[in-house]
Ligand binder design. Sequence first.
Ligand SMILES: Cc1cc2nc3c(=O)[nH]c(=O)nc-3n(C[C@H](O)[C@H](O)[C@H](O)COP(=O)(O)OP(=O)(O)OC[C@H]3O[C@@H](n4cnc5c(N)ncnc54)[C@H](O)[C@@H]3O)c2cc1C
Length: 400
Amino acid sequence: MNIVICGGGVIGASIAYFLGERGASATLVERADIAGAASGKSGGFIARDWCDGQPQAELARASFDLHAELARTLDTDYGYRRIDTLLVAGSDRGGFERYGAAASPEWLDGRCAVHSAIGSPRTTATIHPERFTRALVDAACARGVRLVRGTVDGIARDLGGAVRGVRVDGTEIAADAVVIAMGPWSILATQWLPLPPVAGLKGYSVVLAPRVPVPAQALFVEYENASGERTSPEIVVRADGEVWACGLSSDDPLPIDPSDISVDEVKCREIARICAALSSRLDGADVLRTQACYRPICADAMPLLGPVPDVPGAYVATGHNCWGMLNAPASGRAMAELLCDGASSSVDLAPFDPARLEAVRSDDAADQGSRIEGLDPPQGKVRGGHEPCVDHDHAHDRGR
Ligand SMILES: Cc1cc2nc3c(=O)[nH]c(=O)nc-3n(C[C@H](O)[C@H](O)[C@H](O)COP(=O)(O)OP(=O)(O)OC[C@H]3O[C@@H](n4cnc5c(N)ncnc54)[C@H](O)[C@@H]3O)c2cc1C
């Protein structure tokens, strides 16, 4: 069986890796760079139990354990580290001290106080997201998976409606099965397949190089600026000493070409300023990168993992929202089982069945494409739907 995976983000990469492990005949098609979108620009923060109480609890726990296994078996150091995670309150206006219920690490010497520890090395970890995604693809290719650079622009079907191939830059690649794993660009596939809508939510981030090292930790911050506006930055100190921080978002529509994503430098400067306000070690840090990316989200904020209804040979794996780096390993393994064995044996995919959500009707497909710049009509029908991703016990919604 020939399987074509469309999209070289962390989800496509993980499916390719687990198919490669099984010796399946698979091709991964990526239009730009591997991990060039959210999978390379995200925080790379992962947590074992922060999805508890949600349909993806089992997926998250299985993924967290698989991350530990992959860190041992993949032949690359991509910065997997178990870390402490802290909930921090900060303010330009003062008064943050009253939230300080836990000991503060020495490097957090600015306008902030540590409220509590919300993760420990037992439950939270970090990876370098781009290196992790590339490590999966390298390992997949070493096991025979073929990597094709090109843009998927259609699905070919036989007279009975089953998948026959994937059109890449106008040329058909024969396939018995195709997996749509194009992150937020999976919305484009609603023009070819009966899929539910997937939206893209844009978030900005910066990568800093502190002159004095800071320990590998993650911070979930509630920050108040001088005018009293609140933001919720997340700061992840990586194993290589780089500090990634996010916290501001926008409603910009998704451009068709990932390389056209614009960066709002004012928002990025504000993220860097908050970092500097929290710690003297981040004040004056070199800004290595300012960046933006879109996370894929469905109407119920849960992933789509499974067969596309009524189209034999068509599958989808997307919509991982703010937990795609975390949930990629168990998603990839389960999809490989589904493709090769006909069912997933490692995790129950029923909560992620694409059939649970209404598919875009074909006459609506162009309309659903309105999240995409340049496709008419410009109405943004699937905009919004942002759900809190973290159990409220953790007192912090991952509102990127
Ligand atoms: C600011 C921010 C921070 C985040 N932090 C974290 C975090 O700390 N932990 C966590 O678990 N998750 C985090 N996430 C979420 C995570 O990044 C995403 O869920 C995940 O990267 C989605 O992966 P993906 O493979 O589905 O999509 P993407 O990474 O978007 O990959 C899709 C790929 O498909 C390709 N593509 C698109 N169209 C085509 C086409 N026509 N043909 C071929 N290829 C195509 C694109 O070029 C792209 O490479 C964060 C997200 C954001 C926005």
